[in-house]
Design a protein. Structure first.
Ligand code: NAP
Length: 500
């Protein structure tokens, strides 16, 4: 595709009446349409079991984009590109009718025979949908064909391999776009720019100058109505295997020789290969799991995980994970990467703190001062931006070093909401840019790392619940860092002064 060319495609969304389609996919497509990033040559077929007419489906689409539409005049035009096919994905006969509809829309919208298949439904269907698409000729197209697939990609390495083999019968690796929506987030994409476009950071980005790196992703929400899914997943599979390890890989990778898909992925794969495998008894030294009990959040009493809907009252599923990762290569030997993720924590925040080593000689000891370490904080959500923590002298404060912060806030400066991750990922997929999707090699390496931990946890006792809702997680998570002489930088706003 030429650089300025607008993508044309027929997009089939499987699970078009579901939550993801309505909350994320339709609004993201609308924003692309509104900004003029989609050509007129696009059409969408929504697929789900319930019976809806095209008009009813278009009405759903209009309702879903209403809140993001700045110009209500173009909503009708946008929705007119949407069609509905009532179809049970397990019913072989129905794929033939879907193919006929697709052929007709290809013609009507001059889509150049390009097709995107977006699987926005439960993962147990992924394999059989891919097989049907292939066997019933839906992937037999003139243009490109791409499969977009939601998480979770398998439950462990074995099931991920089985799923991969199944979808590879219909799509080649470079046609598979495995979504990790963290990779669509503005500031996660910005990690590369911060690192590789600034002369002041890259020379320091190694074990000579960095003491440790902390990646936190905390939520205040509990498991809500996702109990059934979460009981079989837990925080390790739901967050660590994908989002947390992807962020670590971006932080730790070597500068790629080019900023293209193959080179970036290949550097990320090297990081995952260099990650020290943690298994058996070592797991307890490097990883901490937790499950929330009841507690108070925003002044409201909230219930324990074991009392949530569709959760076993004796459940041993973890809702919190903290871990220490070591990357055994020349750049990172000896630098711990601490990761932490949990539900029902005291605040919602995803951020990365890079803590630099103390300077070799502290001249300010004379004034009985301890200096704060320099920190580079990358705020991913809900705030987006970067903060650099330095020491400087405030006016009139003779010979005293005071912590100061230099901050850049994405939303503050632009004055508009930054585009949603899904909008960027959908656009990337239409343009054929797979950089921010996960390659099979990354998925496989992440599962092998995570499987060792979950296997050990399955065989050992838990003492759940072990953290209160509204807290910063179990005490053992603090002990994990204290053993190395570190502590977690706070989850909410980072006020260094308080931590001297
Ligand atoms: P959901 O609300 O339960 O929607 C499921 C969709 O699948 C519905 O449209 C349902 O419609 C359709 N469906 C179910 N069985 C079907 C069948 N046999 N044949 C055809 N259609 C069928 O689920 P969701 O929250 O949108 O999640 C979808 C996927 O995205 C899951 O893999 C989830 O893990 C992933 N995901 C979701 C989110 C999110 O924000 N929601 C975030 C990250 C990942 P009918 O009942 O009409 O058939």
């Amino acid at each position: 595709m030429k650089h300025n060319e607008k993508p044309s495609a027929l997009i089939m969304i499987f699970g078009a009446t579901g939550d993801l389609a309505n909350r994320k996919l339709f609004p993201s497509l609308y924003r692309l349409f509104e900004k003029g990033n989609l050509s007129e040559n696009f059409a969408v077929i929504g697929v789900a079991r319930r019976s809806l007419s095209n008009e009813q489906f278009q009405e759903n689409v209009k309702n879903s984009v209403q809140s993001v539409a700045s110009n209500s005049n173009n909503i009708d035009e946008f929705a007119s590109h949407f069609y509905y096919h009532s179809h049970d994905v397990t019913d072989s006969d129905s794929y033939v009718a879907l193919r006929e509809m697709a052929v007709q829309l290809d013609e009507q919208y001059q889509t150049k025979g390009n097709r995107i298949f977006y699987l926005a439904m439960a993962p147990e269907f992924f394999g059989s949908i891919a097989t049907h698409l292939n066997e019933d000729g839906l992937t037999n197209v003139q243009g490109f064909k791409r499969l977009v697939i939601e998480k979770p990609f398998g439950h462990d390495l074995k099931s991920a391999k089985e799923l991969n083999n199944q979808i590879r019968t219909a799509f080649s690796e470079d046609e598979i776009y495995r979504i990790d929506h963290y990779l669509g987030k503005e500031m996660v994409r910005n990690i590369e720019v911060i690192r590789f476009a600034n002369a002041i950071f890259e020379p320091l980005w190694n074990n000579r100058y960095i003491s440790n790196i902390q990646v936190t992703s905390s939520e205040t929400l509990g498991v809500e109505e996702r109990g059934r899914y979460y009981e079989n997943s837990g925080a390790l599979r739901d967050m660590v295997q994908n989002h947390m390890l992807q962020m670590v890989a971006l932080l730790a990778m070597e500068p790629p020789i080019k900023l293209n898909t193959e080179e970036i992925r290949s550097e990320k794969v090297k990081v995952l290969r260099a990650m020290r495998s943690i298994k058996d008894d070592k797991v307890d030294k490097y990883f901490v799991r937790g499950q929330y009990g009841e507690g108070i959040l925003n002044g409201q009493k909230v219930s324990a995980y074991r009392d949530e809907q569709m959760v076993d009252p004796q459940s041993n599923t973890e809702t919190f994970v903290a871990g220490k990762l070591l990357i055994d290569n020349f750049r990172w030997a000896g630098v711990p990467f601490y990761i932490r993720t949990g539900k029902r924590m005291k605040s919602k925040s995803t951020k990365i703190v890079i803590q630099f080593k103390d300077i070799p000689m502290n001249l300010y000891y004379k004034t009985e001062q301890t200096l704060n370490p320099n920190l580079l904080v990358i705020h991913i959500q809900p705030e987006e931006g970067i903060t650099l923590h330095l020491n400087a002298q405030k006016t009139g404060n003779h010979m005293n070093a005071t912590p100061v912060k230099l901050s850049y806030s994405n939303t503050g400066i632009d004055g508009i909401n930054t585009p949603e991750a899904y909008e960027k990922l959908l656009y990337d997929c239409m343009r054929g840019d797979a950089t921010n999707f996960t390659h099979w090699d990354e998925v496989a390496l992440s599962w092998s790392f995570v499987d060792n931990i979950s296997q050990h946890w399955q065989q050992t006792q838990t003492h759940f619940p072990n953290y209160e809702s509204g807290s910063a997680g179990p005490k053992d998570s603090d002990v994990l860092l204290a053993r190395d002489g570190f502590f977690w930088w706070p989850i909410g706003d980072l006020e260094v002064e308080k931590y001297q």
